[in-house]
Design a protein around this ligand. Structure first.
Ligand code: MLT
Length: 397
């Protein structure tokens, strides 16, 4: 008889957002009259911008005629998109087109990248954390070292004194919305180079950065190409949560060691892994993603993100007025705050759902340091957010 991967059994329970969906579903079945406001999972609500829609329509038409039809594409993505990414997102960093691997989203890539790492690698994980890094590390049976990110360190974990083989960093951060300064990121890069530590840098939310001194990419830091992989997504940048497209940058200078101490380049290894397990993101999604980089597309997505950021500041203001000291919401769609009246995260989740019909994400779902905290997103409409703040303001005082 086949034997199960015991590591999966040890995960227990449901994936965080599945648990939230289950509790919410149960509540709506019992209270169909309540108009629920969802500020839990970071799912966008605004439609795709016109430039993306036009490009995707044209791509569908391409598929309707034998001359322009596309079947399997290159596993690492079409050059038209890789070129647009390098030209726009990595201008001035020296990142090359064959260092960019297009995929169906950052969730898959962050989950899959562990295939390249030995089982016994000691992995640093921020706490609280986007559950994918921790869960996939546990599924692989890797030792994980949690790095506390709390009010005391501005939700930017301290650089450890011990040697880690790899470390996850995510900025602007999911779930806390914290951002990292160029100086602090440079210190992480120095640590990584000195300790031969691989940085797994998730910058899925970089499009929300508005302060000029906050780095958008780790490759703005000298030396990062020798120690860091970067994950990006069109989900929040361009509303692709349903379309699915993202990419990962694996520089050719980036090397880790084999068991016999040889230096191995990760770029051809990721190409090998992807071509074996993945058949590429769809042509239609990639044409849509390419349109994000057109002058008109860039204007359009900026407007959408500005609107989400306005909603984020509305939430921040309400929380501040209620006496909370929220983190995030300035250069991020997430706002992180302490639960009122000493409630635990799940207590507050259930309480808010029952009393106000508002869905948030309990901080404890992101790790032990998140206990007693909650996360809201700025992706609901302005009207729905205003209504949610009205329903919440007396509860959180
Ligand atoms: C979140 O709410 O944390 C994100 O939407 C999850 C994701 O991007 O997979």
């Amino acid at each position: 008889m086949a034997k199960v991967n015991e590591n999966l059994l040890s995960l227990g329970g449901r994936y965080l957002f599945s648990e939230i969906a289950a509790r919410t579903g149960k509540f709506t079945a019992a209270h169909p009259e309540v108009r629920l406001i969802r500020m839990g999972i970071g799912d966008v609500t605004r439609p795709l911008v016109p430039s993306v829609i036009r490009a995707m329509h044209a791509a569908v038409e391409d598929c309707a005629s034998a001359e322009t039809f596309r079947g399997y594409g290159p596993e690492h993505g079409y050059d038209f998109l890789r070129e647009a990414i390098v030209r726009t997102d990595y201008a001035g960093t020296g990142i090359d087109i064959d260092e960019v691997f297009v995929s169906d989203g950052a969730k898959s890539d962050t989950g899959n990248f562990g295939d390249l790492l030995s089982r016994d690698n000691l992995i640093g994980i921020p706490d609280p954390v986007y559950p994918v890094y921790a869960d996939t590390g546990s599924i692989a049976g890797r030792p994980l070292r949690y790095i506390p990110c709390n009010e005391g360190n501005g939700f930017c974990g301290d650089i450890p004194s011990e040697r880690l083989d790899a470390v996850w960093l995510c900025y602007p951060n999911n779930p806390t919305g914290a951002v990292i300064s160029r100086e602090k990121l440079a210190r992480w890069v120095r640590y990584a180079l000195e300790n031969e530590c691989l940085i797994l840098y998730d910058s899925a939310y970089e499009a929300f950065i508005r302060d000029a001194d906050i780095p958008h990419s780790i490759y703005e830091i000298p030396g990062a190409k020798e120690c860091a992989v970067e994950f990006r997504s069109f989900s929040k940048t361009a509303g692709f949560t349903g379309v699915r497209c993202g990419y990962t940058v694996v520089p050719k200078d980036l090397k880790i060691r084999s068991a016999n101490g040889r230096k191995i380049s990760l770029n051809p290894l990721w190409e090998r892994r992807q071509s074996c397990k993945f058949n590429g993101a769809s042509y239609i999604s990639q044409r849509g993603a390419e349109a994000v980089y057109s002058p008109q597309g860039r204007l359009e997505i900026r407007e959408v993100i500005d609107a989400y950021l306005e909603t984020a500041s509305l939430i921040r203001r309400t929380f501040l007025e209620a006496g909370l000291t929220p983190c995030g919401g300035n250069n991020s769609p997430y706002i992180w705050a302490r639960c009122p009246h000493g409630m635990s995260s799940w207590e507050f989740f259930d309480f808010l759902l029952a009393r106000a019909g508002v869905v948030i994400t309990p901080g404890a779902g992101f790790g032990a340091e998140g206990e007693g905290w909650f996360r809201t997103t700025a992706f609901a409409s302005r009207e729905a957010t205003l209504e949610a703040m009205n329903r919440m303001k007396d509860i959180i005082k």
